[in-house]
Design a protein around this ligand. Structure first.
Ligand SMILES: Nc1nc2c(ncn2[C@@H]2O[C@H](COP(=O)(O)OP(=O)(O)OP(=O)(O)O)[C@@H](O)[C@H]2O)c(=O)[nH]1
Ligand SMILES: [K+]
Ligand SMILES: [Mg+2]
Length: 439
């Protein structure tokens, strides 16, 4: 990143053209830029309609201007927002105007949020939550992001870190006074019970990590089955779009195709795969290999079978959670036993039941969970590290008093790295570069 003394600007709102486009400016020159462009700086936190001029004094646009004086802004620096008409040429003219001003440059990805972090406006977990909030597409993704962005998760980590620091202080006090008769040994026992409880809490919190990942990245559902079972037709019907090629030729699909669905507020990634069969065709064989590999790591496999054909064996495919589905029910009359459900991609019969069945699986797997979950591998890595230190501390508690105290310090430090309270300078470039520009 370039110097923090630069004043940065960027289009902070979405794709153009749009009704309104917000250009945000942050840094020491923000108010000077506002003065030059709008002729004045409006009273902080009050929207004011102003004429926005180019370098020659001609009008770029007329728009709302908002000023925030440091430190009472998102970044903690002086900030200005121009709410422009969201045309490409309007925004281009404003960005050109800003780039020509001394001390101003375009913001890098995540740079506004990075400045907010560096100025103590939010911690790392909150910053990561903001980034997730921007890309959240389903209700559960939004709620999960909100737990992080709103500080609930940070509060948990800081609470644990505080408990460990307190425990360490008590243990060290006991070491210092261990010669004196009147310090009861039971103090230490109580402290260690507390440490054990915190250790357990961290362990069970970590176990929620997989659920967090499923909510954030999507619950993976793989459509599998023999050629011509109607897999691609089902994908298209559920997506309500003509995504996959459907023909009556067995072996039509080779590549894996993916669509995102929203089922009960959860993101579901649905995959169409090549029909499973032995084949001499090298391209199709590669498709079959990929289909099997994907089914092995799916949360749920939909094993499709044409109702007029013999049922294929699920156990040969995967040991994952599986729904057996009989297809093309519009073509058959009579016996449809042995399936979890039957449907027709052609008429739409049974599709609601399938969506409900997937929703039930999701509810069993993810329902009723607190959404204070460790969403990112970065967070889980430090939690595992803290756990390792705590287990070492608990194991050594009766052996040497100095070692456990040091291990507790290390555990609290690992927790501090999650929120960025403890130095994580080396990580910042990685974390913030994954943000979008303008955030
Ligand atoms: N009548 C009827 N025909 C269907 C239905 N679903 C699929 N078909 C037909 O079955 C044939 C195969 O459908 P696909 O969706 O391509 O089957 P697939 O399982 O993706 O086939 P591969 O990609 O080759 O493995 C096509 O001719 C479809 O029109 C259905 O519900 N009813
Ligand atoms: K086909
Ligand atoms: Mg297909």
């Amino acid at each position: 990143m370039s110097s923090d003394l630069d004043t940065i600007y960027a289009l902070s709102s979405g794709a153009l053209p749009a009704g309104v486009a917000v250009v945000r400016i942050s840094g020491p020159e923000a108010f000077a830029a506002c003065q030059a462009i709008a002729g004045a700086v409006p009273q902080p936190r009050r929207a004011r309609l102003m004429r926005l001029a180019d370098a020659e004094g001609g009008a770029i646009d007329t728009g709302l201007v908002l000023a925030f004086r440091a430190p009472a802004s998102f970044t903690g620096e002086d900030c200005v927002e121009f709410h422009l008409h969201g045309g490409r040429a309007v925004v281009r003219a404003m960005l050109d105007r800003l780039s020509a001003m001394p001390g101003m440059r375009h913001a890098e990805a995540g740079e506004f949020t990075r400045r907010a972090f560096e100025n103590g406006k939010l911690d790392l977990v909150e910053a990561e939550g903001l980034s997730d909030m921007i890309v959240a597409e389903t209700e559960m993704q939004r709620r999960l992001a909100m737990e992080q962005a709103g500080g609930a998760l940070s509060g948990l980590y800081e609470g644990w870190a505080r408990e460990l620091t307190h425990a360490r202080a008590m243990i060290e006090a006991e070491l210092d006074f261990s010669d004196e008769e009147d310090i009861p040994g039971s103090v230490s026992a109580t402290i260690w019970d507390g440490v054990a409880a915190t250790t357990e809490a961290i362990r069970s919190h970590l176990e929620g990590g997989q659920a967090a990942e499923i909510i954030r990245d999507g619950y993976q559902v793989v459509i599998a089955g023999p050629p011509n079972a109607g897999k691609s037709s089902l994908l298209n019907a559920l997506a309500r779009r003509d995504i996959a090629i459907v023909t009556d030729v067995a072996g039509t699909t080779r590549d894996i195709l993916e669509v995102q669905l929203d089922i009960g507020g959860y993101a579901v990634r649905l995959y169409d795969t090549a029909g499973l069969r032995e084949t001499e065709d090298v391209v199709e064989a590669e498709g079959v290999r990929r289909a099997r590999a994907l089914a092995e790591k799916a949360e749920l496999v939909l094993l499709l079978n044409d109702l007029s054909e013999q049922m294929s064996e699920a156990s040969e495919l995967t040991d994952r959670d599986c729904l057996r589905i009989g297809t093309k029910v519009d073509m058959v009359s009579g016996e449809t036993g042995g399936y979890d459900l039957v449907l027709s991609a052609k008429t739409g019969e049974g599709l609601d039941r399938l969506i409900a069945a997937i929703g039930d699986r999701l509810a069993v797997r993810l329902g009723g969970l607190s959404l204070s979950l460790p969403v990112r591998e970065r967070q889980r890595g430090y939690l595992r590290e803290a756990l390792t230190h705590l287990e070492a501390a608990l194991a050594a508690r009766t052996l040497s008093p100095e070692f456990p105290s040091e291990a507790l310090r290390a555990a609290a430090q690992s927790l501090g790295r999650i929120t960025g309270r403890v130095d994580v300078e080396d990580l910042l470039d990685v974390i913030f570069s994954s943000f979008c520009v303008g955030k």
